[in-house]
Design a protein around this ligand. Structure first.
Ligand code: FRU
Length: 314
């Protein structure tokens, strides 16, 4: 038993050494003349929302531009935290040179990320932050700022007074926490009341169901603040299905601002506004290449937003 354990440890040690050599940033690269393709493991928490499909497409397009230097292995965790934890572990075992992860939530990923970094694998975290993890770099939008701007926008269109329904994203993920606290700050000092708040986990059908119950409880709803465009759209559909015409009086505001989703909803008059949430795709590949080349990168790279209304779309 003891001998087997020692043998196991020996093999594990050899594997670790081999993997360590393979991802040494000083290994020869294509630019150095001696071709060396880096393997990057990319774990996406889900592909069930259009914004994530776009993120993958952006990562893929950026990686294509450097296909002589990098190979990206794409994994979809299908909205399941244990699956995504296992993917990180597996990437390390496979000996990838770098990991990019857009995690479903924060806490459960502190340990897997720390384990990867401890084994010498650089980790880039995208969009949903993992406070307390020792990752190499975080790239994302400023969700507090977006929430603040959404709050100020609603304050302005409601002339500082009215009832708001907040359809939140998954509250165990940082964008939802920040989009909420930013919003509260944005409406502060006004007579705007959040009369209904629900965790819709970023999902359109959940938001639609929650909005149905908000509509049945409240006569006067002036605006809906959806933490993403699928939620704002789900709320719009619920109001339309109610059959009282409230989809025309309530102002719906979302976040993400994809051309084929949120921007289209604004153009078609379903949403009053949406806020662009950058996918971080190109930046993630640029940063990965710098890390693999041994360059120092900023620990946090924060990308800007843009307000989309009918006026800005003109
Ligand atoms: C997609 C998504 C986006 C949202 C982001 C927050 O899964 O829900 O709609 O902006 O994640 O992390």
């Amino acid at each position: 038993m003891k001998r087997e354990l020692l043998f196991g440890l020996f093999i594990a040690g050899l594997t670790a050494i081999a993997a360590g050599c393979a991802r040494s940033p000083s290994a020869p690269t294509a630019s150095g003349g001696d071709a060396r393709v880096w393997n990057i493991g990319f774990s996406q928490c889900t592909l069930s929302e259009p914004w994530r499909v776009q993120m993958n497409a952006d990562v893929k397009a950026a990686a294509e531009r450097h296909r002589d230097r990098i190979n990206v292995i794409f994994q979809d965790a299908q909205d399941d935290t244990p699956t995504q934890q296992a993917q990180i572990k597996q990437f390390v075992e496979q000996g990838v040179d770098l990991i990019i992860i857009s995690p479903k939530e924060s806490r459960p990923f502190v340990q897997p990320i720390n384990d990867a970094v401890k084994k010498g694998v650089p980790v880039i975290v995208l969009d949903r932050d993992v406070p307390g993890a020792n990752y190499t770099c975080f790239i994302g939008g400023d969700n507090k700022q977006i929430g603040l701007e959404a709050g100020k926008f609603i304050k302005q269109i409601l002339n500082g007074k009215g009832n708001v329904v907040e359809l939140a994203g998954l509250m165990t993920s940082t964008p939802a926490q920040d989009r909420h606290s930013g919003f509260v700050e944005g409406i502060s000092g006004s007579a705007i009341k959040v009369i209904f708040n629900a965790d819709c986990q970023w999902k359109e059908p959940k938001a639609q169901a929650e909005m149905r119950s908000a509509l049945s409880r409240f006569e006067n709803i002036d605006a809906v603040y959806g933490h993403n465009d699928p939620s704002a759209h789900g709320a719009y559909l619920a109001a339309k299905q109610e059959g009282k015409g409230r989809e025309n009086t309530i102002k719906f505001v979302g976040i993400d601002g994809l051309p084929a989703e949120g921007q289209k909803y604004v153009r078609d008059g379903l949403l009053t506004a949406t806020f662009v949430y950058p996918t971080c795709g190109p930046e993630s590949i640029d940063t990965a290449l710098k890390i693999l080349d041994g360059e120092k990168v900023d620990k946090r790279i924060i990308l800007p937003t843009r307000t989309i209304t009918k006026e800005t779309l003109k």
